[in-house]
Design a protein around this ligand. Structure first.
Ligand code: FAD
Length: 495
């Protein structure tokens, strides 16, 4: 007999609600806790999960397996090729282990909810209890309602409600208990589970060894690495966040997104520790401006998950603003390829795309610049960019990615108004004034001095750019801007 915790995007042993509950249940029943994780290549394919992310998860599982084994808790990890077989396999294991009760943390995407619903039904038919709890967000979706009793679709009033709710419900920020030690007999009863290795990445998502080594160095996996980065960030950089966060050359943001999205760090933990660092007030909304601003960014993550849970149609390639369903986009695989490869001739855009392709991560300011550029300069459907991001990002998260694209393409919830179109050259001069970021990621422009780095052909460094093979601008911003305004206006008229 046993109690089971099913790990998904909550890959940590500390401050994990469902794991904590599973452990308490196992203790009260006097049976061992077993943990499981299913590698599902077809899910990775369907959700466009990047190879970098799969690798990060598998590296994390190696660490978790050891941590859990220290408490005599086995972690069963297996690959199930066919997506439709996942729940059947899990059920078979539950029966084999004599599972009394299964716990997991809820994921809010439609596919995941359907999978969970099926599993719950099948468990209950077999007399196995099933508990799914909120953990991925700080405030559970559906909790915050506007004066009219509805889900907010604008961030600022939502943030006020979020903050107020956390003051009124302080338990939401409390840490959950770590799992207790299993009875030592678990070692012998489930000895085969302890011996099973963590599988390697499925062929559709495997990385060349050199990339694995590089990414492992860039993005150390597991909850211990997350905690170290969080503590270091809060102690050394978070206070400057408000003023420094928009400049991609300086590593001024936390670079914790991969941990939040894989669940190696709970948003709850980060908000709790940031609040504690905000001395003496220890508040969420007043005190150290950097910490307050950082907390409000983590809140964006909650905001987009609330939107997804309330309006699941955003999962179905539909814009949040239905009146923008009918914008006319250009069809140009050539321009799209230039954008993907970082060869548009706009140095800031190219630097950002090359950072993404190399690191699996891009600075937030640059995510906004390249997203706006795709939709409003190249006039390509924002959904192409949304997909490409998911395929490359190590921190890919459906709700934040979809929200970010909707914001930048002006089709999403609480978006940038469509007539506010970023000028990529001005963005470049404002946020990468010295051209440090550009020179780092676009080696062709390394030798270009001064402001010409933002626009080599337009500002007197054309010869140098040509020699080094840097492309000319693929489109002209001024012309495309007018077209974009027209298209959005027309689309709005039709919608
Ligand atoms: P910090 O600035 O240190 O912020 C701390 C945390 O707050 C982040 O780790 C993240 O969890 C959260 N956060 C910050 N900004 C946002 C935001 N705008 N929306 C939601 N959460 C936020 N973030 C993802 O985690 N996954 C994505 O797939 C993703 N796609 C994006 C696509 C576009 C087009 C845009 C404009 C933004 C996207 N973001 C996404 C949000 C943001 O760019 C990243 O969270 C951030 O750059 C991560 O770096 P950091 O950890 O250093 O962030």
């Amino acid at each position: 007999e046993a109690v089971v915790h099913w790990f998904k995007r909550d890959l940590r042993t500390t401050d994990n609600q469902a794991l904590s509950m599973a452990s308490a249940k196992a203790k009260s029943l006097g049976v061992p806790l077993i943990c499981m994780f299913i590698v599902s290549p077809q899910d990775y394919q369907a959700h466009l999960t990047s190879s970098a992310r799969v690798d990060f998860e598998l590296r994390t599982l190696e660490i978790m397996k050891e941590d859990l084994a220290e408490k005599d808790i086995p972690l069963y990890v297996t690959t199930i090729q066919e997506r439709k077989e996942v729940s059947g396999h899990m059920l078979q294991k539950f029966e084999e282990w004599g599972a009394k009760h299964v716990f997991c943390n809820i994921e809010y995407e439609v596919d995941e909810l359907r999978r969970e619903a099926e599993l719950v039904k099948r468990c209950l038919e077999k007399g196995i209890a099933f508990t799914a709890v909120h953990d991925d967000v700080v405030v559970p979706p559906g909790t915050l309602k506007s004066g009219a009793g509805k889900q907010y679709s604008v961030y600022s009033p939502w943030l006020k409600a979020w903050t107020k709710h956390l003051h009124e419900h302080p338990h939401l920020l409390e840490a959950s208990e770590p799992p207790s030690h299993n009875p030592p007999t678990a070692r012998t009863t489930f000895s085969t589970l302890f011996e099973l290795p963590i599988p390697s990445a499925p062929p559709n998502k495997s990385l060349p060894p050199s990339d694995r080594t590089r990414l492992a160095h860039l993005w150390p996996a597991g909850e211990h690495a997350a905690q170290t980065r969080l503590h270091h960030y809060l102690a050394t950089k978070a206070s400057a966040y408000k003023t420094s966060r928009n400049f991609p050359a300086a590593p001024a943001t936390a670079m914790l997104s991969v941990h939040f999205s894989a669940g190696t760090l709970a948003a709850r933990t980060a908000v709790r520790l940031a609040r504690a660092a905000n001395k003496p007030a220890q508040r969420l909304e007043t005190g150290d401006a950097g910490l307050v601003c950082w907390i409000s960014e983590i809140a964006w993550r909650d905001f987009y998950k609330h939107i997804l849970a309330q309006w699941p149609f955003v999962c179905m390639s539909k814009p949040f603003k239905y009146e923008y369903s009918d914008i006319e986009w250009d069809h140009s695989p050539q321009l799209f390829a230039k954008w993907c490869e970082g060869k548009t001739g706009y140095p800031i855009v190219d630097a950002a795309m090359r950072q993404l392709n190399s690191m699996g991560w891009m600075h937030n300011r640059c995510r906004m610049i390249v997203a706006s550029f795709l939709a409003k300069d190249l006039l390509l459907d924002w959904r192409l960019g949304e997909r490409y991001f998911m395929e490359k990002l190590i921190d890919g998260d459906f709700a934040s990615n979809n929200g970010g694209w909707g914001f930048s393409a002006s089709t999403g919830v609480d978006p940038q108004p469509y007539f506010r179109i970023f000028n990529p050259l001005l963005q470049s001069e404002k946020f990468d004034e010295a051209g440090e970021y550009i020179r780092k990621w676009v080696p062709e422009l390394k030798g270009v001095v001064g402001k010409a780095v933002h626009d080599p052909y337009g500002r007197g460094a054309g010869e140098e750019a040509e020699k080094s093979g840097y492309p000319r601008m693929a489109v002209e911003h001024k012309v495309q801007r007018e077209k974009a305004l027209e298209r959005y206006k027309e689309g709005l008229g039709r919608g």
